[in-house]
Ligand binder design. Structure first.
Ligand SMILES: *Cc1c(COP(=O)(O)O)cnc(C)c1O
Length: 386
């Protein structure tokens, strides 16, 4: 006997139903639409750019992009040109901005596919102009550093780069469509100081003869908390996925719905005696006789090793602790006196409104942020979009 479901034994030509994936992330695409629509209503008349970099924060960039556009987002944002081209190859033709480039980028393909370029250096500006022509000019948004100290044109270079941009515009090879910057979210007064610096950059750009019509500064945190920073467009990343950018503030308080639920099934259940050591190094020993459950996800799947002995999961309606070290492919849960069997569903995190641990809970257990919890999920975790 094969031990398969009865219909699998119907005959040699019968195709057995695919077994349930060992580990999966159930992604509710309607949540992206709802989250985009919610934030669009909050920030109106500012427009919304759906930030879908890093494969949509691990949720699937194409699916997120389509659902966010359906919810009223009018722009897409990614880090790399390659991410933008992947969206184009899926037939998505909405405006898309890519803002992180190598040291000597070739923008020919990007311009040919109408990818708008975020420009942070003089070299990038020149390469964009090289890739454009009067018949098909490169469209760029100049990125100014207003205090984050990361990407963006430094204040001391603003004049020279604005001047070079004006010359490139005059040649017809490039159009400066936008001006943008990124906030530190360190504290409201820091963000407002950055807003003042951004206004100054805008005035200097205008004095140089540039007319950027799309000014943008805020990501989710600024968009929801500091209305002054909404300007013409907000870049919505984490909020689109239904997660909060603020520690100590949950999704529901912001009117957002988490889109991802990560789940698996118990693949072993065993009764053990008090004192038994669990997983590498015996960092956990059962205090009394207990039941242990084995979950087939590990750090290769993006489960932080830091949740060893600090995180918890949902099994059969109750929350149970992760015990012992998280290994590459598996971790152990202490089920105590609960009744559990092989095959029972385990939810690592999902929407806390449904009783599951949240990505925020996981972030706290791993001393990180919810962004990292969803984005680092590995390729073995099958994404199921519904
Ligand atoms: C990732 C990113 C965003 C989105 O930020 P969230 O905090 O996820 O909303 C916005 N702008 C830039 C430049 C980014 O790199």
């Amino acid at each position: 006997m094969s031990g398969r479901a009865p219909d699998a034994a119907a005959g040699p030509s019968a195709v057995p139903a695919a077994p349930p994936a060992l580990r999966r992330a159930i992604v509710d695409t309607s949540a992206f639409t709802a989250n985009a629509a919610h934030v669009a209503a909050v920030v109106a008349p500012a427009a919304v750019m759906a930030v879908v970099k890093a494969d949509g924060y691990g949720h699937g960039a194409t699916e997120v992009a389509r659902a966010a556009l359906a919810g009223g987002a009018t722009w897409l944002g990614v880090a790399d040109v390659d991410e933008a081209l992947a969206l184009r190859s899926e037939g998505i033709d909405a405006p898309v901005l890519a803002w992180l480039h190598g040291d000597d980028p070739d923008f020919t393909t990007a311009v040919a596919h109408d990818v708008t370029l975020g420009i942070s250096t003089r070299t990038q500006l020149e390469r964009a102009a090289d890739a454009g022509s009067p018949a098909h000019p490169a469209r760029v948004h100049l990125k100014v550093d207003t205090g984050l100290g990361r990407n963006g044109i430094q204040r001391s270079d603003w004049a020279a780069v604005f001047e070079a941009a004006r010359e490139a515009e005059a040649s017809g090879r490039l159009v400066v469509e936008g001006l943008f910057s990124h906030l530190s979210n360190a504290a409201d007064d820091h963000d407002l100081a950055q807003l003042a610096a951004f206004d100054e950059a805008g005035a200097r750009a205008a004095a140089a003869g540039l007319r950027p019509t799309i000014r943008h500064l805020a990501s989710t945190a600024g968009a929801l908390r500091l209305p002054e920073t909404r300007l013409d467009l907000v870049r919505l990343g984490i909020g689109l996925y239904g997660l909060s950018p603020y520690g100590g503030v949950g999704s529901a308080e912001l009117g957002l719905t988490p889109a991802m639920r990560v789940e698996a099934r118990l693949i072993a259940v065993k009764r053990v005696a008090a004192g038994v050591g669990v997983s590498y190094g015996y960092t956990y020993r059962a205090a009394s006789d207990t039941t242990l459950g084995l979950v087939p996800l590990g750090y290769a799947d993006g489960i932080p090793r830091h949740v060893s002995n600090t995180g918890s999961v949902w099994v059969n309606g109750a929350i149970h602790p992760i015990v012992g070290r998280v290994a590459m492919d598996q971790f152990v849960v202490d089920l105590g006196e609960s009744v559990a069997a092989v095959g029972d569903r385990v939810v690592l995190f999902g929407d806390p409104a449904e009783g599951y641990p949240s990505a925020d809970d996981w972030a706290e257990a791993a001393s990180t942020i919810n962004y990292e919890i969803v984005t680092r999920l590995g390729r073995r975790v099958k994404r199921v979009h519904g």
